[in-house]
Design a protein around this ligand. Structure first.
Ligand code: MSP
Length: 516
């Protein structure tokens, strides 16, 4: 058997500073959907997420609660893992930057770069934004002299510190970005990064002495490693860098680092230079997705519009939330979430289009054929057209998924669902059932409906894993759904002659909207 092609995808590791909101859930859902698609397409996927647990902000938050930083992060990280479980996130490893495996690797990398002369000791005076753990130059501050990212005040800080010689790698990095158009996507983010590097890169301060919740610099332990240097290294820890050459060579370079647009800079510039210093390849792609806004406004605690993903999942179910996020937001752009549009999508797309198609199909198969399908004669032009559309759908969907066009891909699958509902109206099985001369035609219609839904169940599996499994079961398939592959639907007609369908159960109840 040939070896599967490896595919390594990551999300950012999240700060355990607050509860995760729907924006974080969005990023992880996108990565999960890509990971699931790649598994379906036969890749050997490694999907990593985790938590970014060091830094002054965490230390301060723990102090405020009168507990130790590790007690503080343990509790919050448990809530992340519970959210990912509820949302059906299929990660292969969960990295915590407080784990010994990570601690050790960060120290080894820091030492290596120091030994080769790319980290040196100096003094730092700069403008620091504590919430963003980020230093800024005067030129970079916003019009009020505040942090350009979060717009909160910055503080002037002066300390003895270690510096990473990023300036040395600026030209090489720029050349790399120019020669590798896929490295930073979408293209707008790539242009921003090029402009940023063209201004010139300064050496980066990579240690702190003003707090101690971090990984000590191995040869000077009153310093802790700068949290971004620590955090970015997370992508190397679970794949065995410096420890397990076989695993590392299999998964590195990563295929995709999926990140929010505001941290593309860290993932391309700092990370790019760190990897160059280590002499290893850069990730194949850093994809900067947009932000989720609520009813048009940025989510913030002070505005009080933060959407809690757990409450949403409890009310509507994980698959409905996933479907909404993936379908409604074009990857790379900002997107809006509102209760009304969510309910609208559930009612029209999920309850109506998909739910009804499955329900009508199974009830007609039961009513007219006691659930048993016959594959064979009776094929009409309507059937041929549906087969053709199903084949085109699988091809278009696959191409779109390969391009990370998730919203386009799910719309492609939905066009087949809508077309199949129309096919029922065109072929009118209830009329065929009254005419004995049309027995074979009716058989063909029922077979085509089940086979199309079989295809649909596979296509939607990366987006709505639980729903896809339920459809698979209701259609009467007893094979292991986890083992299903895209190749299984490559050709029309894998549902066998004599197949017996299962029992219809409602997939999505309609949500009644109370009119005020
Ligand atoms: N800890 C760093 C990442 C280190 S990766 C080596 C971090 N953490 S974070 O928790 O603040 O953010 C994690 C991700 O969530 C980021 O990619 C960020 O863009 C994303 N989002 C935060 N708010 C968001 C929205 N409102 N919408 C979409 N994504 C959002 O940054």
């Amino acid at each position: 058997m040939s070896e599967k092609t490896p595919f390594y995808i990551t999300t950012p590791i999240y700060y355990p500073s607050a509860k995760l909101h729907i924006g974080h859930a969005y990023c992880t859902t996108v990565a999960d959907t890509i990971a699931r698609f790649k598994r379906l397409a036969g890749y050997d996927v490694f999907f990593l997420t985790g938590s970014d647990e060091h830094g002054q902000k965490i230390q301060q938050a723990a102090e405020k609660e009168g507990i130790t930083p590790i007690q503080y992060v343990d509790r919050i990280v448990a809530s992340f893992q519970e959210l990912w479980r509820l949302l059906g996130i299929s990660y292969d490893d969960f990295i915590r930057t407080t784990q010994p495996r990570h601690h050790e690797l960060v120290q080894d990398i820091f030492q290596r770069i120091y030994d080769q002369g790319d980290i040196y000791k100096g003094a730092y005076t700069g403008l620091y934004c504590t919430p963003c753990e980020s230093y800024w130059t005067k030129l970079q501050l916003d019009e009020n002299g505040c942090c350009p990212d979060c717009h909160r005040p910055v503080q002037e800080v002066s300390e003895e510190a270690y510096f990473f010689r990023m300036s040395k790698y600026a030209d090489r990095l720029l050349a790399y970005i120019n020669e590798h158009p896929d490295f930073i996507q979408p293209v707008s983010r790539r242009n921003e990064m090029i402009a940023f590097i063209e201004q010139g890169l300064e050496d980066l301060c990579v240690s702190r002495t003003s707090f101690d919740w971090g990984i000590p610099v191995p040869f000077d332990p009153k310093h802790v490693v700068y949290v971004w240097f620590d955090a970015l290294t997370n992508y190397l820890t679970p794949i065995g860098y410096m420890h397990d050459a076989e695993k590392f060579n299999k998964y590195w370079p990563a295929d995709v680092h999926l990140v929010g647009k505001e941290i593309v800079r860290f993932h391309t510039i700092i990370w790019g230079c760190m990897l160059m210093a280590l002499g290893i390849d850069l990730p194949k792609k850093v994809y900067g997705h947009g932000w989720l806004v609520v009813d048009g406004a940025k989510m913030s605690k002070s505005v009080g519009n933060v959407v809690d993903p757990i409450a949403l999942i409890e009310e509507f179910g994980a698959d409905a939330v996933r479907y909404f996020l993936l379908r409604e937001i074009t990857l790379g752009q900002d997107g809006n979430i509102s209760r009304d549009t969510l309910i609208g999508r559930i009612n029209s797309d999920l309850a109506n289009d998909l739910g009804n198609l499955l329900h009508r199909t199974l009830s007609m198969a039961k009513k007219y054929r006691k659930g048993v399908l016959a594959k064979g004669a009776g094929r009409t032009d309507f059937d041929a057209a549906l087969e053709e559309m199903a084949a085109a759908t699988v091809a278009d969907y696959t191409a779109q998924m390969e391009q990370m066009e998730l919203s386009a891909a799910i719309k492609t699958a939905w066009a087949l669902i809508s077309r199949t509902n129309k096919y029922i109206d065109e072929t009118a099985p209830w009329t065929l059932a009254k005419d004995e001369a049309k027995t074979a035609e009716l058989d063909a219609v029922l077979y085509h409906l089940v086979e199309t839904l079989h295809i649909v169940s596979v296509l939607i599996a990366p987006f709505m894993p639980t729903t896809a499994r339920r459809i698979h079961e209701q259609l009467g398939f007893t094979s292991d759904f986890d083992a299903v592959q895209l190749a299984d639907i490559a050709a029309w007609g894998t549902t066998p002659d004599g197949h017996t369908v299962g029992t219809a159960e409602q997939l999505f109840p309609r949500i009644e909207v109370e009119k005020a």
